[in-house]
Ligand binder design. Structure first.
Ligand code: G6P
Length: 486
């Protein structure tokens, strides 16, 4: 079988480089080992004719990475417009932030059609196409319209909200009908899958039997595949990372003070404002915790040209400055706030240094930071995870301290509880979470989806994806990082 994986953002095989977003970081090791071809945006745009996509190809583990320059005329409308100003807010139940013009929608469809044309080059009789995330809801339909008959699957890394929210997205019906060109659609949680069922039944008037919806486009299986991590590998990286200079310097700077850590893209779905307010409340109501604990908040900028993100950046920076001004001392900064990305090699050491991991999104598909924080802990002296009950990860990591990210007082109290939790309880909670992480890895997630995609057509389990013939590829060329944010 020749597997072709498609996502807007891709990652290269460099573990020591910062990566933006859980999707690319999670897929990298499994795609590398599978021998698949991974196709995505180069992060650059190309002027002029966009009819003929050109993919630059380089080796990636046992397979290859193919990056495509997207058409300049449609990039803004696709990425900043429809994908991230209409779909992203809707998928995270932020109807108030939905902005979309007719041009944005047209550009989104154009880019989906463009990527479909780019994929034709990788079409082989035994190909399987696996499309990732909300950037490409209509890609399967575009491929079918180009005559592709091979299995095409789709996995949504974000939540799927209630129908009333999705109905706020212009052209929602057309888009969701197009999604039914996929043979298999995977969701992070049962709740997401159930919301999709509701839409399909109520809005499209279609029947679903045993998780399969039959539409004019064919049969589509709807299944839940919660994404995992390679917990053992992450734990190993964390043991090595503690001697990394960045991590050693952090430890030395603490002077016996405890550390809480938050690591997020700078995104309104991540609950940064509420989290910082919770720390503010905690230091106000429990003055003994001043100097006793500080927060290291890494907030990696992303999608900065979109108004809502620019506003958030200013709002968070102002709040951090207010809180530091109010609670700080000449020799103590309550919140260490960083707007940059770190490699996983360093992050794992930062997680291990922190006694509390705060992962408090208002809404999140899964949130792999929560899983990585757990995997990075020292088994003999693990830290405590404070986790939003609205992150997909809360379904599995139910022995974390679960919080409502809208309840500032509750979060403040829970963070204080985490800081004083006895070792026996910390270990008990951590071991239960680690058992779950070990029992459901990213490798299993990847294999389960590919197998289900294969079976969705044939009813026959898949064989291992074969290693793609390098000779079938163009000569390798190094590509620059272009405008991509790392
Ligand atoms: C989320 C999305 C991913 C995306 C990542 C980074 O995790 O689900 O699809 O790759 O954010 O977003 P960006 O817009 O910076 O590529």
């Amino acid at each position: 079988m020749n597997l072709v994986v498609v996502s807007n953002r891709v990652a290269r095989g460099k573990a020591n480089e910062p990566m933006t977003g859980g999707l690319a970081a999670a897929l990298l090791p499994v795609v590398e080992n599978s021998g698949a071809i991974w196709v995505g945006s180069s992060g650059r745009v190309r002027e002029g004719s966009h009819k003929e996509p050109f993919a630059e190809i380089e080796a990636l583990g046992a397979g290859a990475l193919a990056t495509v320059d997207l058409p300049a005329a449609h990039y803004g409308g696709y990425y900043e417009g429809f994908a991230n100003s209409a779909l992203w807010p809707a998928l995270h139940s932020r109807s108030d932030l939905i902005r979309a013009s007719q041009e944005d929608y047209s550009s989104y469809r154009e880019v989906n059609a463009f990527i479909a044309r780019a994929l034709l080059r990788f079409r082989k009789p035994d190909a399987l196409f696996w499309v990732q995330d909300y950037h490409f809801l209509a890609l399967g339909a575009e491929l079918r319209d180009l005559g592709v008959r091979e299995p095409i699957g789709f996995f949504l890394h974000t939540p799927w909200p209630s129908s009333t929210v999705i109905e706020g997205v212009p052209h929602h019906r057309e888009l969701i009908e197009a999604m039914l060109a996929y043979d298999l659609i995977g969701f992070q949680t049962e709740a997401d899958c159930a919301n999709f069922h509701c839409y399909v039944r109520a809005e499209l008037g279609l029947e679903i039997h045993d998780g399969v919806v039959t539409s004019p486009r064919g049969r589509t299986r709807l299944t839940v595949f919660p994404i995992g991590i390679d917990a053992e590998k992450f734990a190993h990286a964390a043991t090595k990372a503690v001697s990394h200079p960045d991590v050693s310097r952090l430890r030395r700077s603490l002077n016996g003070e405890k550390l809480a850590i938050g690591v997020d893209r700078l995104d309104y779905s991540k609950g940064l404002i509420n989290r910082i307010k919770a720390f503010d409340r905690m230091w106000t109501t429990q003055p003994s915790l001043s100097r006793a604990v500080s927060l290291l908040q890494i907030a990696t900028p992303s999608r900065g040209s979109i108004e809502a993100y620019g506003q958030l950046q200013s709002e968070v920076a102002k709040l951090v400055s207010d809180v530091n001004g109010r609670h700080g001392e000449a020799d103590w900064t309550p919140i260490r706030y960083l707007n940059k990305g770190y490699s996983q090699a360093v992050l794992s050491g930062l997680y291990r240094t922190a006694q509390v991991g705060v992962v408090t999104p208002l809404h999140d598909g899964m949130n792999l930071v929560a899983k990585e924080y757990v995997a990075a802990q020292h088994p003999a002296d693990p830290g405590v995870l404070v986790l939003s009950k609205f992150a997909g990860a809360a379904n599995e990591l139910d022995t974390a301290l679960l919080v409502n990210p809208h309840d500032i007082d509750g979060m403040a109290r829970t963070i204080a509880t985490a800081l004083s939790m006895p070792l026996t309880e910390r270990r008990m909670r951590w071991e239960a979470m680690m058992t779950k992480l070990r029992g459901h890895t990213i490798q299993q997630w990847f294999g389960d989806f590919v197998e289900a995609l294969h079976e969705s057509r044939t009813g026959v389990p898949a064989t291992e994806p074969s290693i793609t013939e390098p000779s079938s590829l163009r000569p390798l060329r190094t590509v620059g990082s272009g405008s991509r944010i790392h």
